[in-house]
Design a protein around this ligand. Structure first.
Ligand SMILES: [Zn+2]
Length: 586
């Protein structure tokens, strides 16, 4: 009866023995972080080549659930779904100049007619071109269009599984508005949709301010999942809630209160080039040194001075100088500008007397410091930056990467640095792309105006692994019910006993009928092996059906996130309600 019932009502059945699930005992050799190890060991995905993965049936189920959440929240936010080609013609990229500026990360290829194409790493060009052809009147605006599509990036070193792969699934959305206020509303509309997406995926994702790059002061937030294995540093302030990535994070630093010092003098520091080497040689702490680096900003050399224990933030430097590009200078430029090789350069009397010198704000008032002497194998001690290097007030700014304990620029409380995995970004684009494509609409006076755009990305495949990174323990994954491959596993401990199998299969049907997705482990394996696999894959609820348990009155229900002490025993006919309650309490 059950069997025919399933066929008639099309209730899916899933038995472990027919599911192609393969768990692995050993960690893959190339996996550096837990989520990558678990992704492979739990049989969610399998590596096809470096940076390329096949999603196996279990992984595919979770990926589809994440996609569905993203799709529902985009639709709820009023966005329209389309799908655009992965293969994108070079002409579109040439319109914005990005065919040449995207660099080696873009996969480029030719068809048999020698036409050039890219495997899309993103789709601003394609969507702007589409919007131009679809939109003519202000009456059609605002509008946001999105797709969930595979993207490509020729990573130099693919790693961390799905985190940094050559092929990845992304939701990308693009908004088109008539004015800045509208663009602002579209931006926050997506921002709030993203908050809902990550919450529904069971993730604690935090929005952090990021640098708008070449788009001036444009607003952008990244959504990060906090995890020790994260690649990105984020500065957090508990005092006011400020959160920013390390490129963007600002700090407040008081000028230093160094005592006056005698005239500077030269000290020989043979072969000691790095701050650590010189500090060890002179027996002084790194913060007494001034680290001086020569950069090329828009073609001109600039010296940047920061405290010895600090790193220059190139994004802040670029912004402060108002430069289009900054990069460390080559050896020849350093020698010409200062008279010494890197390691011995400093702000006091460089060879090029016109060399622009800027310094970090914390060095304002610095006296009695050690700097490179602009002469190989020598440093200067007792340097007063204002007196000896003639650095004027206007040349001090916040130019370093923030560190744990730095003072929040907003409220004055100390900040903490945490690690994050970026799973999404919202970005105000302004008219960068629409102007390049002349994507205009007619206003009510029939005048042409360029549309104002925003773009919004969710790393769908990356989110899958971020869930694993945030939700696991030493035994395996602990899936949130919303994105688990199956919400429930029914462990049939006696598959050779028809009366036990009937209870397990009836429970499976009842759960399916209640809208709960379930898999039955019907393998003739020892309970220990089955439980270990269930914990490794991380099904939110495990139900054990066995002859011994049934003789004692019931089936055992345990949530993956609880320990054994919270296991419940219930009668088979009360199991569905108890499982529902366990899933809801999750
Ligand atoms: Zn603060």
């Amino acid at each position: 009866m059950q069997q025919s019932g399933r066929i008639w009502y099309n209730i899916p059945i899933m038995k472990w023995t027919k599911s192609l699930i393969q768990t692995l005992r050993e960690n893959p050799g190339d996996a550096e972080i837990d989520s990558h190890k678990l992704l492979i060991r739990a049989g969610l995905a399998r590596k096809v080549a470096g940076g390329l993965y096949a999603y196996l049936p279990l992984g595919m189920r979770s990926l589809k659930k994440i996609q569905q959440i993203v799709r529902e929240e985009m639709d709820r936010a009023g966005a329209l779904e389309i799908v655009s080609p992965i293969l994108q013609p070079a002409e579109l990229w040439r319109t914005t100049g990005r065919w040449d500026t995207m660099g080696p990360n873009m996969f480029k290829l030719r068809d048999r007619g020698e036409h050039e194409f890219a495997l899309g790493p993103t789709a601003e060009e394609v969507f702007t071109d589409l919007a131009k052809s679809l939109i003519s009147s202000y009456r059609q605006l605002p509008v946001t269009i999105y797709q969930i599509q595979w993207k490509f990036r020729d990573e130099t070193r693919p790693r961390f599984g799905l985190m940094r792969s050559k092929e990845f699934l992304m939701k990308d959305a693009y908004s088109f508005d008539t004015d800045a206020d509208g663009a602002d509303r579209s931006y926050w509309n997506m921002y709030h949709a993203y908050e809902r997406i990550y919450a529904r995926c069971g993730l604690k994702a935090v929005p952090v301010q990021a640098d708008g790059g070449d788009m001036g002061d444009s607003m952008t937030h990244e959504f990060h999942v906090l995890a020790d294995a994260g690649e990105d540093g984020i500065a957090f302030c508990d005092g006011c809630g400020y959160a920013a990535n390390l490129e963007k994070a600002e700090r407040r630093a008081a000028p230093c209160a160094d005592a006056d010092c005698p005239a500077f003098e030269e000290v020989a520091t043979p072969n000691a080039k790095t701050i650590e080497e010189v500090a060890a040689f002179l027996g002084l702490p790194a913060d007494r040194f001034v680290k001086s680096l020569v950069y090329i900003a828009d073609g001109k050399p600039v010296m940047v001075c920061v405290q010895g224990d600090r790193d220059v933030n190139e994004v802040k430097l670029k912004r402060f100088l108002g430069a289009k590009s900054v990069a460390l200078a080559d050896f020849g430029t350093v020698l010409k500008a200062t008279g010494a090789n890197a390691g011995f350069v400093g702000p006091v009397a460089p060879a090029d007397a016109s060399l622009k010198i800027v310094a970090d704000i914390a060095l304002k008032g610095a006296k009695g410091r050690i700097v490179g002497a602009n002469k190989d194998d020598f440093h200067l001690k007792n340097v007063d930056l204002a007196r000896d290097a003639k650095i004027v007030d206007a040349d001090y700014a916040d130019l370093v990467v923030v560190k744990d304990g730095d003072i929040c620029a907003k409220c004055g409380k100390p900040m903490a640095i945490k690690r994050g995995i970026e799973v999404g970004q919202v970005f105000k684009l302004g008219t960068k792309y629409s102007a390049a494509f002349n994507a205009v609409y007619k206003n009510d006076k029939l005048e042409d105006h360029v549309m104002i755009m925003g773009c919004y990305g969710v790393g769908v495949s990356r989110t899958l692994q971020a869930v694993i990174e945030q939700c696991h323990d030493k035994d395996g994954i602990i899936w949130p019910a919303s994105v688990a491959p199956y919400q429930v596993i029914v462990e049939n401990l006696d598959p050779d006993k028809p009366e036990v199998t009937k209870v397990a299969d009836d429970l499976e049907s009842a759960l399916e009928a209640a809208g709960i997705d379930v898999i039955v482990d019907d393998r003739a394996e020892r309970p220990g092996v089955k439980f270990k696999d269930a914990d490794l894959i991380g099904f939110p609820v495990r139900v054990v059906v066995g002859a011994k348990g049934l003789a004692n009155g019931g089936v055992e229900i345990k949530r993956r996130c609880d320990d054994k002490s919270k296991m419940q025993v219930v009668a088979p006919d009360a199991a569905v309600e108890a499982i529902k309650a366990a899933l809801e309490g999750e």
